[in-house]
Design a protein around this ligand. Structure first.
Ligand code: GAL
Length: 330
């Protein structure tokens, strides 16, 4: 019973009883008919609000939709695909004109695309690619490049030795692209036997606690003989660094990150984290908001490239990431 009501809560983001459901449909009607004019209505479905960056995306996206004269509702699913599917059904029932989705699981999110198209609305895959489905548009940063930037910077600090790769969630296409980028750079150094990758694993749900536990096991299994850590984002980097702190090795071993979270910037300034990668949320969010309003208005969008998602070549906008080291942050 508790699990079901929690599930229901997650779906609706905030409990409400049946009595106010009619009130809710009235509210929905009001949403669309503000100032007696039909405003375009955009639905934004996030994977989670656990990581700091998604708050930035939510705020910037909502502000831009409102600036462009639309209405927007953002829902978050705490990493549950079945909740995202329910949320898509809810937003479609509420009459959204377009859906923008950050999939919790790139493969399992495909039904959301079918739901949208059955309702005659378009769907944008935001930051993470929905795979094996006829997504209308995809916008993200160049995630392969993020992985390359991480490896290049860490190699400057540790050209030789034992490397640990702390990946993101394998269900997230970005984590696969990041790892590809990193291995593109590391492989020649592995082949020349300068570096030895002693640990290489994805981290379920990008969970910092799992990254910390994995790092503790690697340190004890290798009696601390670790020379470099490539962590896929600031959350997993934070977990790995907590394990280093416990072993009095923090600041001794270079560690990468991504997302330029506040805590990570402090760690880079303090020297316990070597770098992070900035992907300005305002840039991707405002771009996506403009795309969403155009699609909701029945307009097409020009893109220079496409990305193959296992089924289709998806019209895509890829944005440039930027490395941040101690010098940049000063
Ligand atoms: C990825 C995203 C990263 C990171 C991660 C965890 O898809 O590109 O910026 O934050 O999710 O939420």
């Amino acid at each position: 019973m508790l699990v079901f009501s929690l599930f229901l809560c997650l779906v609706l983001v905030g409990c409400s009883d049946s009595a106010s459901s009619s009130k809710k449909s009235l509210e929905n009607e009001k949403i669309k008919l503000v100032d007696n004019e039909e405003k375009l209505y955009v639905g934004f479905i996030l994977d989670t609000l656990r990581d700091e960056r998604w708050y930035g995306d939510k705020e910037a996206f909502e502000n831009e939709i409102i600036n462009l004269g639309g209405n927007v509702k953002t829902l978050a699913a705490n990493g549950h695909t079945e909740v995202q599917i329910k949320q898509a059904e809810l937003l479609i029932a509420e009459g959204v004109d377009v859906l923008v989705v950050v999939p919790s699981d790139g493969e399992a999110a495909a039904p959301i695309v079918e739901l949208a198209h059955e309702a005659g609305i378009k769907i944008i895959s935001y930051d993470r690619l929905i795979r094996n489905a006829a997504v209308d548009y995809y916008i993200s940063f160049d995630n392969t490049k993020v992985g390359e930037l991480q490896a290049k910077e860490i190699l400057k600090h540790a050209p030789k030795g034992n490397y640990v790769y702390v990946g993101g969630a394998e269900s997230d296409n970005n984590a696969v692209l990041l790892r590809n980028g990193t291995m593109n750079i590391l492989q020649p150094h592995v082949d020349s036997e300068d570096i030895n990758i002693i640990f290489d694993q994805y981290t379920d749900n990008w969970d910092p606690a799992i990254a910390e536990q994995n790092m503790k096991e690697v340190l004890s299994a290798n009696s601390g003989q670790v020379d470099a850590i490539i962590a896929a984002n600031d959350g997993t980097a934070g977990g790995a660094i907590r394990a280093l702190e416990e072993a009095q090795l923090a600041g001794e071993i270079p560690v990468s990150g991504q997302d330029a979270e506040k805590e990570a910037l402090d760690r880079v300034k303090a020297g316990t984290q070597t770098m992070t990668v900035e992907k300005p949320m305002v840039v991707i969010a405002t771009h996506a908001a403009e795309m969403a309003m155009k699609l909701a208005n029945g307009e097409d969008i020009q893109t220079d490239i496409t990305v193959e998602n296992g089924q289709e070549d998806i019209p895509t906008i890829l944005l440039e990431p930027r490395i941040l080291t101690k010098d940049d942050i000063k």
